[in-house]
Design a protein around this ligand. Structure first.
Ligand code: SF4
Length: 327
């Protein structure tokens, strides 16, 4: 009897034994639906949280980042797009099995404040939800980068402190924006912090009117990061930023901005620069108790700001071997 996976909208069905779904990481067969690579990651790295990028959640803090393979989508220019069409991620990537104790050990070793789970689409894996709950039980803050287009029953059970929500406005087979917005509304009601990551390519500007209509319902204090995934001229980028600001978004950032202009947090009321960043992280903090020192407006920044700088991005293992950390 074929079984159907309902973890994401693709709803893959499989019969026999060992059929791998489109994401390359979930088995769907006569025996049910299960993770093919439980507790396996392609890499563990460290970075400041601004590199995730999250700007309003414990700014300047230090994160260990778990890279989880497998994704149901085929967005153009995504480094994970090689995994699609049911190609088994185990054949494409060197995977490493990890345990909770090992993660805790890495966490301590690098004096991290946060664990971030990145993908691919990490939420298709059952073990990721389990890991999040176990980290929560240990009092560790967690972040997930996700398209949020997984079944609502998965989103409802998650124990997570913050989301970076990936919205790919790209060519290729991308998730439905409507679906993403529905889940954003849900996590907003639950009071979970989230920021948006809008992935842009040269085709994005054509879809922009529709996208803005969908984004209308989102809280305008949501930090919104624009990431350009292929060379796009500055005029186009500026047009996108202007449209977001005209729609009312108060915090629009550009990923990898070296000028500082679009990585700095300004007071939405009086435009005073409050958290000045460069490409390495937080450079200067003028915010006082989360308030603008000039006009007194309170900003919704979760946690205090530390002046953490990117020391370096480091892989904590390679070729299956652990690399010792020496700060
Ligand atoms: S999670 Fe994977 S196996 Fe399940 S429906 Fe989506 S693509 Fe198919």
């Amino acid at each position: 009897m074929p079984k159907t996976c309902t973890r994401c909208p693709r709803k893959c069905s499989g019969i026999g034994r060992g059929f791998t779904g489109f994401c390359g990481a979930i088995i769907v067969d006569d025996y049910g639906v299960r993770d093919k690579y439980p507790w396996m990651v392609t890499a563990i790295t460290t970075s400041v949280i601004e590199k995730i990028p999250l700007y309003h959640f414990y700014p300047g803090s230090w994160s260990i980042n778990l890279w989880v393979p497998g994704c149901p989508y085929t967005c153009k220019n995504c480094p994970w797009s090689a995994v699609v069409n049911g190609e088994d991620v185990g054949k494409l990537y060197e995977l490493k099995k990890i345990t909770l104790n090992e993660i805790l050990d890495y966490f301590k070793q690098v004096s991290a404040n946060i664990v971030s789970i990145l993908g691919g689409e990490p939420l298709i894996h059952e073990w990721v939800a389990k890991l999040l709950s176990e980290l929560k039980a240990k009092g560790i803050r967690t972040v997930v980068k996700t398209t949020l287009t997984v079944s609502s029953s998965i989103v409802e059970k998650l124990d997570v402190d913050a989301f970076l929500i990936d919205i790919p406005i790209l060519a290729g087979s991308t998730p439905s924006i409507g679906n993403i917005i529905d889940n954003i509304m849900y996590i907003g009601r639950r009071g979970i912090h989230y920021e948006l990551l809008l992935l842009i390519d040269s085709t994005s500007i054509l879809k922009w009117t529709k996208i803005l209509e969908k984004l209308q319902t989102i809280d305008k204090d949501t930090p919104t990061h624009v990431q350009i995934v292929e060379p796009v001229n500055w005029k186009t980028i500026k047009k996108i930023i202007d449209k977001l600001e005209a729609t009312g978004f108060n915090y629009v950032y550009v990923v990898g901005d070296t000028s500082g202009e679009y990585s700095t947090t300004y007071c939405p009321n009086c435009k005073t620069p409050l958290i000045i960043r460069d490409e390495y992280g937080v450079r200067e903090v003028l915010l006082k108790d989360n308030k603008c020192p000039k006009c007194g407006l309170e900003l919704k920044i979760i946690g205090g700001v530390s002046k953490g700088k990117q020391r370096r991005t480091l892989r904590l293992f390679a070729s299956g071997e652990r690399i010792l950390w020496s700060p």
